[in-house]
Ligand binder design. Sequence first.
Ligand code: LCS
Length: 400
Amino acid sequence: MDKKKLSFNARAIHAGSQHCPETGAHIAPVYRTSTFVIENVERAIRLGYGEEEGYAYGRFGNPTVDALQKKVAALENAEASLAAASGMSAITTALFANLKKGDHLVAGDIIYGCTYGFVRDILPKYSIEVTMVNTAETESVKKAMKSNTKVVYIETPCNPVLRITDIKAVAEIAHTRGALLFVDSTYATPYLQRPLELGADIVLHSATKYLNGHGDVLGGIIAGSKKLIDNIRKPYMEWIGGVISPMDASEISKGIKTLGARMEIHCANARKIADFLEEHEMVEKVLYPGCESHPQHELAKIQMKDFGGMMSFNVKGGFEAGKALINSVELISLATSLGCVDSLIQHSPSMSHAALSRTEREAAGIAEGQVRLSAGIEEAEHLIADLDQAMAQVKKKLNI
Ligand code: LCS
């Protein structure tokens, strides 16, 4: 049987997952070890000098971590992948490995707050030039390219306003100028979007989100060609050291087995909630790629299998109304992060995007009263009822 030809759920369950060959344990044990005993010094020398593949030390490789890497590579249609301690560890290590003093980075001007802070404040300290543009306008990306541009970095759909960037078009622009395209595909997951198939060179994930799905670990993923991944692993990941623990890798591998099933429900729930919000008298604007009102709805339809579980919306009454709504929900939890089985709500300006100045947030369309919802997999009617009762409380409180 050609396992590469298996469909998504079969790959999510089987790729990288092995029964234990020694004991027959259905689920392979987690290799909780920091180091590996080597038979003799001759082999230690071969491993040390890279003349032989094998495990020598936890920061250089671990079988449980390898299993996760194989699983994600199979889902992203990548030759290889590399797991990291968090999404930020994946992003920063991948960027440091591909940029050096004097290089130029073109990045989206609406991306996760900590990534925004990293490219705005940290990369320039290493004499790496950065231009941040609206990557949904491919002409702006073209104009931003310079002779020293080495990487174009996009997030699609982007956090928190769900803007969509045309991966294929931006990949072409990057490649024409000899640059690489990095895509943070956290919001979409490989179930809804596979950037490498559309021409991207590196795909990144905060595995903390949908891949794990249960809100109990942090993790990150970098996937791409073997050459690019090997270059990031050795020496950057090994020397910078932001590796994932085997326990966390095992949790993420377990979560991925149900990714397809969960995403179906996340997407169906988000669509129902977005429809409800669009019709609600207290809502000014809904940002969800599945809505026809979304400016890149048609592109999302082409680029993604479905529209995901994330949305942002502006409540009538601005900041006070947004705050009151978040304080009034009962089933939905006030928490940053996203992609968990349970629904989470947050105030984007002060939580996920606190690293941006007010001016930067205004330019990005992150309104002071904007609310972001990560639709979980509870029955949609409960989530809608919770939002409805919260809206009624806001209306009463603000006398709207
Ligand atoms: N990329 C995206 C699109 C994200 O949303 C996040 C985290 C990261 C990367 C970083 O991943 P981490 O290091 O947290 O695993 N997003 C968060 C958010 O919106 N609220 O809290 C974290």
